[in-house]
Ligand binder design. Structure first.
Ligand code: FAD
Length: 328
């Protein structure tokens, strides 16, 4: 019987259909290692558990619970909730950390309801004080930082992807196979599945280390290529303001902000974006913000670490050329 430390932090490390761990696992385990002893839970299709467990170990989980189930590939969310319930009963963690991804936060909410736990969503970090674990949040469009903590039980915390840089030291994990009792409650089934062919080599927006976003200032779909060119020169993902999306310059999956994706990259470059509060809500936690805008009064400059007052069509080509020279 494996023993678990009193300061265990249970981390749901999401597994992709390919069997690889989701990128969010590194930040989750890093955050867990700051406040306690990370215990990873991986829920996979049969045959994928050991590889996923070793991957979780390399990201810092000294203990890994493995659940192998056909349902992992054919049922949405419910297998994760069932596994979390069994894992929490076994580990008695001080906190449960999951990614703020669509499926994991769904699982987190259902797990919290089922176990009558408190839920803290979209945290950008975790910490500990004399009373226990704290979740740190950036709220009201990044205007305020607030902390939340529970007054009973173990908190369930969803962590914004890309928000935590800390990485835990690699460990050789003790792997435990976890028996899970399925609740067989109502659940959505996956009836068919088609792999979407990636159309670009650019990083995915969620969790990207660098993001270059364009706004209405680009003026047209043709001009928006400039955003993509700078993104490629930097090895960055491409984002956009809602105005750029509404104008049809780029699909809505690239929208950053309150009603789009929240990103926390190391570098965020805003091109022709005014910096409306709804846009800031999705990018203000970026570590370094660079803004290029021809209006020196644009609100984006209030939060930019580096600002260039200028025309994107003049500045950005020069920037791309300079980056090219540096690489040469
Ligand atoms: P604008 O505000 O029009 O700014 C364009 C900027 O480009 C200006 O600052 C201008 O000076 C600059 N510019 C123009 N030409 C050039 C040039 N040649 N070179 C350099 N600079 C130039 N917005 C989001 O982005 N994300 C959201 O998720 C989101 N959700 C919303 C939810 C709600 C409920 C509401 C009400 C709004 C939401 N919005 C969102 C919209 C938001 O309020 C703004 O309208 C939007 O962000 C503006 O986009 P923009 O900065 O590209 O455009």
């Amino acid at each position: 019987m494996t023993n678990f430390a009193a300061n265990s932090i249970l981390v749901l490390a999401e597994v992709m259909r390919s069997g690889a761990l989701a990128k969010s696992a590194a930040g989750l385990l890093g955050a867990a290692s700051v406040v306690g002893a990370p215990v990873a839970l991986v829920v996979t299709q049969p045959g994928q558990g050991q590889a996923a467990a070793q991957a979780a170990g390399s990201l810092g989980a000294a203990q890994v619970l493995v659940v192998e189930t056909e349902a992992a590939g054919s049922v949405l969310t419910a297998p994760l909730v069932d596994a979390l319930v069994s894992a929490a009963e076994l580990v008695r963690p001080e906190a449960v950390l999951v990614s703020n991804s669509v499926e994991a936060r769904d699982a987190a909410a259902r797990f919290a309801v089922r176990t009558a736990s408190a839920l803290a969503v979209d945290a950008i970090g975790v910490d500990r004080d004399e009373e226990g674990i704290i979740a740190r949040h950036s709220v009201y469009g990044g205007g305020y930082n607030v902390d939340s903590a529970v007054t009973f039980g173990s908190p369930v915390i969803t962590l914004r992807q890309g928000a935590v840089d800390t990485r835990a030291e690699a460990a050789t994990p003790v792997v435990t196979t976890l028996e899970v009792v399925s609740t067989a409650g109502p659940a959505a089934s996956v009836v068919s599945f088609a792999e979407v062919e990636g159309t670009s080599n650019r990083p995915e927006l969620r969790g990207a280390a660098k993001v270059v976003s364009g706004g209405r200032g680009l003026g047209s779909t043709e001009n928006f290529v400039l955003v993509e060119e700078l993104a490629d020169a930097l090895g960055a993902a491409v984002g956009a303001s809602r105005a750029a999306v509404d104008a049809g310059y780029i699909p809505s999956t690239h929208q950053v902000g309150q009603t789009g994706v929240s990103v926390s990259p190391q570098l965020y470059v805003a091109l022709g974006i005014s910096g409306a509060i709804q846009h800031r809500a999705g990018m203000q936690t970026a570590k370094t913000i660079v803004a290029i805008n021809k209006d020196s009064d644009a609100p984006i400059f209030e939060i930019a670490d580096f600002g260039v007052v200028g025309d994107v069509f003049t500045v950005v080509p020069k920037l791309i050329a300079a980056l090219g020279e540096k690489k040469a």
